[in-house]
Design a protein. Structure first.
Length: 577
């Protein structure tokens, strides 16, 4: 790069850098010049904080003045103190997440609210000791919230000697009182996830549907006291509702008012049902409601049949996303018939549909020209091996085919021929796939950037005689891969970013060194359960490959706090896995 090119106006460089798909590409650019360092620092909008990062946090918050989103993960310290530090940074955050914490950070969040009242999205899911008083604080501190996730709080509870739940043992719960208070304070709320809050009732949904007029997305899974009446209130009262996610619907039965309520949901474009008793009558009622439906999920649902699903798909031939995981009544014949209604489909999930074979797969490739993402895990893919007319579909980017015990090299080769633009391939736990099959796939699909083939016991080596210039993520867990295979990976996959070798018992330090030496962009490597790798290699990896940002070391690796901070100062996080 010449000095003249660096002297272009800063606005031009910002446009170029903003076109990159991830901020990880900023790191190498920041080394070019002080101008590039300044630009990339200003363009960084997201930051993930863990316990190891905390010592460096004041410098990071100062370095990235335009941060809009902070995610706190794997944090074991004082959350109140951390939020207080963030509140003093002068940032104007729009998104904050601190899930999986032992308690609600009452003091820290109140301090944050005094300085960052513009927060739009808050994720405080899976918290311990979470109760109504915490919701009162959220509603008061962040009146502009649009997206709130308070799902699956972790209750501290115990059982009585007779096996019944001791309600007095709960340290705190969310009830209707807290949700009603939120509904009154957050009049800009658009999305809320209430899943796993076992003590809220239909009263909560009623308050939200009446007071939050902008409400467009509601998630209420695993809420024991939410009934069809509550769901009906949301469908009838929320004029802007475009997505609703439910489970356990229709147990023990579906009432007529619930069926009728779909006719009021004029803007509903996404309906997600799981583990529910959904009769053909329900599916036909949704069909007759003439909704602008784009996404339909009926995962692990039961009691419906081909009659109901065909009625619905015939009416919604503009559907883009279809998830019918676990629909065991589906056969190749029925899916081939249904595929004629799916001309606009871009995603389909047929996981656990055990009667489906490669005939269904190739029918979808042929009849769904806009299809991009296909999931057929744990089906009978590969059983039918007789000839079918192969049609090339260049739109398909992702195939997730793991857990197919009969998937053969020949079937996989045909899939690769039909999907030459493939970028993501998952074939983990497919025991009949060999290196010959995967070689043919990689030879035909040169756009692959994400490959998972964990526990594929038929793949012992990868004798590749061609480059894989776009492969960035590779998972090869299990004992099949050895040092020889790693040497080939290091030679042919030099743009690798993430490598997962968990449980590779035949890999030693020799093979890992080959990868670290040749893969100059490597950012993450997982060596968990790699028992034949000397733990001393961790330090050498950090110092010899500056691009590394995360290492999951062998299980017997230990480091002091001082060593962990030392590695972190070199830019690499050592994790437990």
């Amino acid at each position: 790069m010449t000095e003249k090119s660096v002297d272009l106006p800063q606005e031009c460089w910002e446009l170029v850098f903003n076109s990159l798909d991830h901020h990880c590409h900023f790191e190498s650019l920041s080394l070019v010049s002080t101008l590039f360092l300044s630009i990339t620092d200003q363009l960084r909008h997201t930051l993930t904080i863990s316990s190891q990062v905390v010592p460096l946090l004041p410098r990071l918050l100062e370095r990235f003045p335009n941060l809009k989103a902070i995610e706190i993960r794997e944090f074991e310290g004082d959350l109140n103190s951390l939020l207080y530090l963030i509140s003093k940074s002068g940032l104007d955050l729009e998104t904050l997440g601190f899930s999986n914490q032992s308690h609600f950070p009452l003091v820290g969040l109140r301090e944050l609210g005094l300085r960052m009242s513009n927060l739009r999205k808050l994720n405080c899911s899976k918290l311990g000791h979470f109760e109504d008083s915490d919701l009162f604080i959220i509603g008061t501190c962040f009146p502009l919230l649009e997206d709130l996730d308070i799902s699956f709080p972790q209750y501290n509870s115990r059982f009585n000697p007779n096996g019944s739940l001791d309600l007095q043992s709960f340290s705190g719960v969310v009830t209707d009182e807290g949700i009603v208070d939120l509904a009154l304070k957050l009049n800009k709320l658009r999305k809320i996830d209430l899943s796993g809050n076992h003590f809220i009732t239909d009263k909560s949904l009623h308050a939200l549907s009446l007071n939050c007029v902008l409400l467009s997305e509601v998630v209420v899974r695993d809420c024991d006291f939410i009934t069809q009446n509550g769901i009906s209130l949301v469908l009838r009262n929320s004029a802007n509702l475009n997505s609703i996610s439910l489970d356990d619907v229709g147990i023990p039965s579906i009432d007529s008012s619930f069926l009728e309520s779909f006719t009021y949901a004029k803007t509903l474009s996404e309906l997600h049902l799981s583990n529910s008793f959904i009769s053909d009558e329900l599916l036909c009622s949704v069909a007759e409601a003439s909704l602008p439906l784009k996404k339909l999920t009926i995962s692990q649902c039961y009691n419906f049949s081909f009659v109901g699903i065909s009625c619905l798909l015939y009416r919604y031939q503009f559907l883009e996303h279809l998830d019918v995981e676990g629909a065991n009544f589906l056969t190749d014949k029925s899916m081939i018939e249904l595929s004629n209604f799916l001309g606009k489909l871009s995603f389909i999930n047929l996981d656990l549909c055990s009667k489906l074979t490669s005939l269904t797969f190739f029918a979808l490739i042929r009849n769904c020209p806009l299809l991009e993402d296909v999931r057929m895990e744990r089906t009978n893919l590969g059983v039918e091996e007789f000839m079918v007319d192969l049609v090339i579909n260049r739109r398909v980017k992702s195939l997730k085919l793991s857990g197919n015990n009969s998937l053969s090299d020949e079937c996989l080769k045909k899939a690769a021929l039909c999907c030459p633009s493939l970028q993501v391939l998952e074939i983990s736990y497919c025991p009949t796939i060999t290196e010959e099959g995967i070689k043919d796939v990689l030879r035909n699909c040169r756009e692959i950037r994400h490959l998972e083939m964990n526990r594929c016991m038929g793949i012992k080596n990868l004798d590749l005689n061609f480059e894989l210039p776009k492969l960035e993520i590779l998972q090869v867990q299990g004992p099949g891969i050895d040092d020889e295979a790693l040497a080939i990976i290091a030679k042919r996959c030099q743009k690798l970013l993430h490598l997962d070798l968990e449980g590779c018992l035949n890999v030693t330090a020799k093979g890992v060194k080959e990868v670290v030496q040749n893969c100059t962009r490597l950012r993450e490597i997982n060596l968990k359960w790699c028992d034949n790798i000397n733990v001393d290699i961790v330090a050498r990896m950090v110092f010899s490959r500056p691009s590394l940002r995360k290492i999951i070391p062998p299980c017997d690796f230990t480091s002091t706090d001082k060593q962990t901070i030392f590695f972190l100062r070199h830019g690499c996080l050592i994790c437990k896995g």
